[in-house]
Design a protein around this ligand. Structure first.
Ligand code: C2E
Ligand code: MG
Ligand code: MG
Length: 436
């Protein structure tokens, strides 16, 4: 009973209570030590795919490797789930601590054999040091946790040390999170619209909805600054629903006002969390019904990272959406861990080449080669190509020669308010009419 009070049943390591007591003892000695908080990247996936028994086996195997690496340098605890805490008491300085952490990383990289399968895992780790980063258990853990969070944000298989700046960043995030919740309630958002044009004849062929946040004190906040946080905190689900509803409502208004050609499309950016949510398709259909818009008019812009992290689900959902009549575009193509296999794996209608490749056309030889080749590969696969961020006639000229299909960028227009875009569209119709 006494053993179980201080130890974890599954691994035999110290538990939360056990390590607390040990760390308190260390603090009383008043000597340098490090606390390392770690969790297994994507552990949930392993649990979901191989089952909980396999998950338990993996935790035991990880424990063995941790014990073999840490040896007598400190104490190891399992705090719960896939979260471990190491208290390194026998190290002289942070350099030694980091050396040991790198040993752990190397050790974990060797494949684990579970249920006849080879599994490789990585860990995210956060470090705090006594007494520099905290003088009691709770502060040390809190700071190690912040550092671990920063490590996770930097990508998997990382570790980071606590820095005071993390606290400021965290505070700024918490503040923005609260402000975002209010912003949704008070509808401080507005959709802007940027036209898409055909390269061949310059005709307007569609429009992309882009969100804007008019903060009551800070003024305009760029989506690049708040969409990632909205995505991290699930606020994106609510916000995404609002975007879909608002964009469809606007599109219906335009359908009443303009002779919208059959091929004209409304593009909406869909964030990964929104896309994989169970209610995403029902929600789309509900909104289509509300405004009686046909799915063929809607183009959903998704990102490569979605496809990489949830390959099978994404493939299935894309094919379902396509069966329903929606179009699918892969946005910012070339910026993620792009693999050309995605082009054949997913039934995409279009890729949008990221503006970073367009910006320095025609002067950057490797970007010339990349864009030209991408257009050609996509074309051979029957996938359309949009170039984003087109600002100069020189860029447009290249894209014309390479037979890229569509362009978007400041050369034609910046994103406009709904009134601005309505006026722009009227003007374009006059120009196109005169041309005919
Ligand atoms: P994105 O979807 O790739 O949108 C293109 C971004 O490039 C937009 O920035 C647009 O204003 C900007 N842009 C367009 N043409 C040019 C150009 O010629 N030159 C330059 N320098 N920039 C150009 P914005 O509106 O700040 O949006 C940034 C990103 O935020 C978007 O990238 C998208 O990933 C995300 N975002 C914006 N609105 C939404 C939304 O409604 N939902 C979701 N999930 N994400 C959104
Ligand atoms: Mg986009
Ligand atoms: Mg883009």
């Amino acid at each position: 009973m006494n053993f179980l009070a201080y130890h974890d049943e599954l691994t035999g390591l110290l538990n939360r209570r056990g390590i607390y007591k040990q760390v308190e003892d260390q603090i009383n000695k008043d000597l340098f030590f490090a606390t390392i908080l770690m969790d297994v990247d994507l552990f949930k996936d392993i649990n979901d795919h191989l089952g909980h028994a396999a998950g338990d086996t993996l935790l035991k195997l990880i424990t063995m490797r941790l014990e073999n690496t840490v040896k007598n340098s400190g104490l190891i605890a399992r705090l719960g789930g896939d979260e471990f805490l190491i208290c390194l008491t026998e190290m002289k300085n942070s350099a030694e601590v980091k050396e040991l952490i790198e040993d752990i990383q190397r050790e974990m990289k060797k494949p684990f054999k579970i249920e006849g399968q080879q599994k490789e895992i990585t860990l995210s780790m956060g470090i705090s040091y006594f007494p520099k980063d905290g003088e009691d258990y709770n502060i040390l853990i809190k700071h190690a946790d912040m550092a671990m969070y920063a490590a996770k944000k930097a990508g998997r298989n990382n570790y980071s040390e606590y820095r005071a700046a993390l606290e400021k960043e965290m505070l700024a995030k918490i503040t923005m999170y609260e402000e975002l919740k209010i912003a949704i309630e008070e509808e401080q958002f507005e959709l802007y619209y940027q036209p898409k044009h055909s390269v061949k004849d310059g005709d307007i062929i569609g429009v992309e909805a882009l969100i804007r946040w008019q903060h009551p004190k800070k003024g305009f906040v760029s989506p690049g600054d708040f969409i990632p946080l909205a995505e991290e905190t699930d606020i994106i689900i609510q916000l995404g629903n609002w975007i879909i509803n608002q964009a469809f409502r606007q599109f219906k208004e335009w359908e009443k006002e303009f002779p919208v050609p059959d091929s004209f499309q409304l593009s909406i950016n869909i964030s990964p969390k929104q896309f994989i949510a169970d209610n995403f398709i029902p929600l789309l259909l509900k909104n289509l019904g509300e405004f009686s818009i046909s799915p063929e008019k809607i183009d959903l812009e998704i990102t490569e990272n979605l496809a990489i992290e949830n390959t099978e689900l994404t493939r299935e959902k894309i094919s379902l959406l396509k069966d329903l009549g929606f179009q699918i575009t892969m946005d910012d193509f070339g910026t993620g861990y792009t693999s050309l296999t995605y082009l054949s794996k997913f039934a995409l209608d279009r890729i949008k080449i990221d503006q970073s490749f367009i910006r320095d056309l025609p002067y950057n030889n490797s970007h010339v080669a990349i864009v030209q080749s991408l257009v050609s590969v996509a074309k051979n696969l029957g996938i359309k190509v949009t170039a984003e961020g087109v600002e100069t006639t020189g860029q447009l000229q290249c894209l014309y020669e390479w037979e890229c299909d569509e362009v978007q960028g400041f050369l034609y227009s910046k994103p406009l308010s709904s009134i601005g875009f309505t006026n722009y569209w009227h003007k374009m119709i006059c120009v196109q009419g005169n041309k005919d």
